[in-house]
Design a protein around this ligand. Structure first.
Ligand code: ADP
Length: 273
């Protein structure tokens, strides 16, 4: 098949036997392609804020006799540096998840109730700043096997997106439900929503629906948050999906199975596609 990378090794053993070894390198080739794409993406994405920092430093240098301009450029420089910091943090988080969660035997029982509590307190300041009330509902057995830090970063990313994309004073809901199959966490908001045509792409690394849109607190996102969520979900043998309607809101559903079969975790070569 055209999408498989296979090497066939043939050796002749004496004059009676031929040894044929078929090696399927598809996963290795895919992993290598992903790594190369990722490195190319990272370098490309880092270039923009780095150029901005350099230009702003030059602008500050040239504005020595205009304190007003110096202040303005210095603020902008701070924002760009903060964006760089968040990007590097996101990139490190992604590679940590990739390397550590390859080992499902390091998973331990995790109660999603405390994960949700942690995410709510991590986003408390942001919610207060926008006067947003976060309502949490939990039901059933919420314990799964997993990596607590990774799961908390996934739920925190969903919640902070929901808060950030909500109008001032709106409600955001987090609902965690456990049943025999696993745990479902739904984070919903009454924000601007995501156009249908873009919904599939929001889970890609570095993808932003509207890169020009400034966050109120800075210079825009990194486009890494949802790819981290997707990564964490897949590494736990679960999934993340999205329902959204422009002008109505969005809701993200994170599903985590109660027990992950080892082969599920091992068979995700395209975890971030
Ligand atoms: P970031 O938020 O850093 O830009 P994400 O990967 O978290 O990156 O999100 C990707 C894009 O998806 C965002 O740029 C935003 O446009 C869109 N998005 C994510 N969550 C929401 C939401 N709750 N409501 C509307 N748009 C969202």
């Amino acid at each position: 098949r055209a999408d498989r990378h296979v090497t066939v090794h043939v050796s002749v053993l004496g004059n009676r036997y031929i040894l044929v070894v078929v090696e399927d390198r598809t996963r290795a080739v895919l992993a290598e392609t992903m790594r190369r794409d990722f490195t190319a993406n990272v370098s490309h994405e880092l270039k923009t804020p780095i150029s901005a920092v350099l230009l702003l430093a030059e602008a500050i240098h040239d504005s020595a006799d205009d304190p007003e301009a110096v202040r303005h450029f210095a603020d902008r420089l701070g924002e760009e540096a903060d964006r760089l910091r968040r990007m590097v943090g996101g990139i490190l988080a992604l590679s940590r998840i990739e390397s550590e969660l390859d080992e499902p035997e390091t998973f331990a029982p995790v109660d999603l109730r405390s994960i949700v509590d942690g995410a709510v307190s991590a986003t408390g300041v942001a919610a207060e700043g926008r006067n947003i009330s976060v309502t949490v509902r939990t039901q059933g057995d919420l314990v799964v096997r997993g990596d607590a830090d990774a799961l908390e970063s996934a739920v925190t990313n969903l919640l902070s997106n929901a808060i950030e994309h909500s109008p001032h004073g709106a409600d955001v809901g987090v609902q965690a439900t456990g049943d025999a199959d696993g745990v479902t966490v739904i984070v919903s908001d009454q924000g601007e929503g995501i156009p249908k045509a873009k919904q599939e792409r929001v889970f890609e690394r570095f993808y932003r629906v509207d890169p020009a849109r400034s966050r109120e607190s800075g210079t825009g996102g990194t486009g890494l948050g949802l790819s981290i969520v997707k990564h964490v979900a897949l590494r736990h043998g679960g999934s993340v999906s999205l329902w959204s309607k422009v002008g109505v809101g969005s809701s993200f559903t994170l599903r985590l199975p109660r027990e992950q079969a080892a082969d599920v975790l091992a068979s995700e070569p395209d975890a971030d596609r």
